[in-house]
Design a protein. Sequence first.
Length: 496
Amino acid sequence: MKKDIKTLRDKLLTITRLGSAVALLGWDEEVNLPKKAHTYRGEVQAQLAADLHKKMTDRSFIKLVEDLNKAEVFDALTSGDQVIVREVLRDIERAKKIPEELVKESAELTSQAFGAWAEARQKSTFSIFEPYLKKIVKLNQREAEYIGYTESPYDALLDAFEPGLTARKVEDLFVPLTSELKKLIQQAAQQKIPTIPKATYDRVAQKKLNEAIAAKLGYDFEAGRLDVSPHPFTIDFHPTDVRITTRYSEEDFWEALGSTIHETGHALYQQGLPLDGFGTPLSEPVSLGIHESQSRIWENFVGKSRSFVEYLYPLLIDYFGKQTIQYSSEELYAWLNRVQPNLIRVESDEVTYNMHILLRFEIEKSLIEGDINAKDVPDLWNAKVKEYLGINVSNDALGALQDIHWSHGTLGYFPTYTLGNIYSAQLYNSISKAIPNLSEQFTKGNFKPFLAWLRKEIHRYGRTYQPEELIKHATGELVSSKHLLAHLESKINKGE
Ligand code: MG
């Protein structure tokens, strides 16, 4: 048995190493790839991904895990090894339920769908993408049937991104939150939107500032690097190699800095995973929602706080010069926290962002449950934007075609964004109780105790607990949206 668990750990390590190689090709593709190299790179990645899938679904590998899961064997394992067996089995079972022909069909469809989506978005013509979305919905419906569910087929999809999440749980969290947010958005519409004077922010200075802030927050540049890519992201190979990207705009320094802080949050989670369980679920992030909570807590609760802005303000003057920073720290704070409905999800503020997620959740669930068809999506989308945000969608590129997710064949991903916001608010509430002088420390640029709390309560556990259990364990409370609502209310009502 000891030998078997050792064999399992070794096999997992091999799979993880191969996965790192695939991931590195992906990083290189986003950051460095020559224009003509995309097709060949795609072929290399597809081949390696297929090899990886083979290793994961190899019979002897599955048998090894299933044998370790037999009661008399399992009970004798250490608690860490039990986590490994339980979680690997979870991954295998999902993979096993989906027939290979569906995986292949889905890969072929999504490679075409991506091109169709890109063209549809460029021409702002939903009908170009519609037949692909129709097929993607069908494939996801089939997948849900293979996976199985009790209440809604959408549950089977959600579970892939957030173990244990169901449509009902999403509704229980989102409905009370968003019905209050609708009122807050109407209230915010009556208020004057803060602005700051236009300025040009030197790119070289921005790069230095972004690096300095990431390092100050705790990002280890000896175990990572910061590069530029069209869409900022974090990619991990090992806790000693976690890379982030950002993108610079000369008109708005926050576009890069906000992204850098967000990605730093993701990266701190990866850099903080335990080294000794590397290759196994003990050293893997538990879910997309928890991952997003780590980025949002730094971006929104640290980065947009009054105390952080007080810390940042003199640095802005140092890096860009007094002649560039023609506004006060207080004006900057108000501008960073402005609430203004935007048609584009990724450009939205903390309050309205969640309405974007609600409408995507409602549309995806209706599609999967067969209540609506792909062709109904744009009208429904536009009506919901009008209802939730009070604005008109002028074209599909700014509406139902704005996100890449569906073109990748992915449904059930969006709710994890708001879930990340909900988790982050709940975690922040607990941290601020555990560390009473938190804002004083932020003002001084001391983020160490804050990071130490996250390391101790979240990062070190890997996949030991399921997401809901992890939040309960860290905060002593069941997952609830009340902390996020309180946080957003105070932003609008008290300007805090
Ligand atoms: Mg993120």
